[in-house]
Design a protein around this ligand. Structure first.
Ligand code: HEC
Ligand code: HEC
Ligand code: HEC
Ligand code: HEC
Length: 398
């Protein structure tokens, strides 16, 4: 069974009231790919709701489903449409597998339930109503749905977009669950945890690994052992030809759409971008006029061609990538390659902070950087596993 634990779709810049065009495009390709790659079930997280409210609109729903069978694989036991224009997602799906061993061939039934945490707003607040849906308390929803499902299936699997603490609470309160597959970025993939009969595992983020959870059964159908592993999706695993084709077609469409000048579009469709004259960032072409020595050193480092790295993979418009390969993303700095080409790459101000004021009236005191914390905003465990300030700093020191 092939499942996704949630957060398939992006809700980036939904703050501006609707999803901007490039987010729509990206999400549409996820739906296409989900249909093509034959997922058995996909959980709905709060991030998915803005796009879900388009996918599940009753108007045109049947046509959408026949085009994208994947829509029938979305499960959620605790998101409920706030109005009758939306098709509610099912709480769970049931899938059957024919076991050849041990013992005589037989059919095993799996119930796969979806649950999400509430939508976080800021540091500590959470809301229930978001993008046309109410997110019910996941623990109450679990108690309502799981005992009923238990009667119909041999195995209950919960796809849970929530913290590890919450997943543990779910397992403790619902002893009928056989496996919780967690999908909220935990940074560290961790080991399988066992709570009575429930196994808890977490998916890795950014599709860097394929998680695999195996159950080995005794002849009487009871569980003998279970284990999980992560298969790195690196260059040693060759791309599947048909999957590679989907990815490449998606990149091509995305890049050509983004290459159009979005400064002409309305704030709602361009995601509320701001004109760069208001930016507190000056760009390296300004810094070089007084700091040619530092510039010459910087120019030789990987930081100065971080955008070319993305371009070579046609991902220069992918907002999941650019944030760390540019200056001041979502802080009034880089927006897109068309609008703010002068702020591409990991320039001076990516480390020293916005420098327009400093460039106008230079003085000491600007640009202090706390290391290594400042580096680790980008050099995270996932994106720079080898990072060590002692060995990295000498390579970019100026
Ligand atoms: C017009 C010239 C000028 C421009 C443009 C300029 N600086 Fe400076 N910068 C200076 C001077 C002069 C000092 C040193 C002041 C001193 O040592 O008294 C300085 C100091 C610094 C310092 C060290 C601060 C300290 O307390 O020692 C950093 C970091 C810095 N600049 C970064 C930048 C960056 C990044 C940019 C581009 C956004 C930039 N500068 C643009 C003139 C400039
Ligand atoms: C804004 C995000 C960001 C910050 C902040 C940042 N880096 Fe990087 N760094 C990158 C990216 C992206 C690359 C990969 C560039 C490429 O080759 O495309 C990189 C690459 C590097 C490399 C390898 C490239 C080379 O030239 O050797 C070193 C070393 C490095 N960074 C050190 C540091 C250190 C030290 C700090 C803190 C003082 C730091 N970085 C801060 C994003 C960042
Ligand atoms: C959280 C910040 C961050 C994000 C998000 C990010 N990167 Fe990076 N990327 C880095 C850093 C830091 C490095 C340097 C790693 C090192 O050398 O240790 C890097 C290095 C790379 C490199 C290797 C550069 C080289 O030639 O050595 C590639 C390729 C790359 N990133 C592509 C991507 C793509 C594609 C995405 C989007 C799917 C992405 N990155 C998203 C921070 C990030
Ligand atoms: C990867 C992060 C990073 C980038 C990119 C970066 N710097 Fe720095 N810079 C630092 C750090 C860290 C220090 C050392 C601060 C310290 O030792 O207190 C520093 C020091 C400096 C200093 C002070 C040197 C001194 O003698 O005190 C200046 C000036 C400066 N940088 C300018 C620049 C300019 C101009 C650029 C772009 C061409 C740039 N930096 C790019 C991280 C960076």
């Amino acid at each position: 069974l092939f499942v996704d634990a949630g957060n398939l779709f992006s809700d980036e810049r939904f703050v501006a009231g609707q999803l901007p065009a490039w987010v729509q495009t990206k999400n549409r390709w996820i739906v296409k790919a989900g249909s093509e790659f034959q997922l058995d079930a996909a959980n709905v997280s709060h991030y998915d709701l803005p796009y879900m409210s388009q996918l599940l609109a009753k108007d045109g729903y049947d046509k959408r489903v026949s085009e994208f069978p994947f829509l029938k694989k979305l499960v959620s036991a605790n998101t409920v449409p706030l109005n009758s224009d939306l098709e509610p997602p099912p709480a769970y799906v049931v899938r059957e597998i024919t076991l050849k061993r041990p013992g005589p061939e037989r059919v095993v039934r799996f119930g796969i339930v979806g649950l999400t945490e509430l939508k976080p707003i800021g540091a500590s607040d959470r809301i229930q109503d978001y993008a046309g849906f109410r997110i019910e308390d996941p623990f109450l929803a679990a108690k309502r749905v799981i005992p009923e499902l238990r009667k119909r299936v041999d195995f209950v699997v919960v796809l849970a977009y929530m913290t590890q603490d919450q997943a543990q609470r779910l397992a403790t309160e619902n002893p009928d669950i056989d496996a919780v597959i967690g999908g909220r970025q935990v940074g560290d993939r961790g080991e399988l945890q066992q709570f009575n009969r429930t196994a808890i595992v977490y998916a890795d983020n950014q599709t860097k690994h394929l998680g695999e959870l195996r159950f080995y059964l005794n002849e009487d159908g009871s569980v003998k052992t279970r284990n999980n592993r992560f298969v790195p999706l690196d260059d040693f695993i060759p791309d599947d030809a048909s999957a590679a084709q989907v990815v490449s077609a998606a990149h091509t469409e995305f890049t050509s759409e983004q290459s159009q000048d979005i400064t002409q579009s309305t704030p709602a469709t361009n995601g509320g971008f701001i004109p760069s004259v208001d930016s507190p960032f000056a760009g390296v072409d300004t810094c070089v006029t007084c700091h040619s020595r530092e510039y010459a050193i910087w120019k030789k480092t990987g930081h100065s061609h971080a955008m070319a790295t993305l371009e070579s993979r046609s991902q220069q418009f992918d907002t999941d990538c650019v944030r760390c390969h540019v200056v001041g993303y979502e802080m009034g700095g880089f927006q897109t390659l068309n609008m703010t080409p002068h702020l591409a790459n990991v320039q001076c101000e990516a480390c020293h902070g916005p420098g327009r004021d400093h460039a106008q009236s230079p003085a000491k005191g600007y640009g202090a950087l706390s290391t290594p914390a400042g580096c680790m905003q980008c050099h995270t465990k996932t994106n720079s596993p080898e990072f060590n300030f002692e060995t990295y700093w000498p390579r970019v020191k100026h």
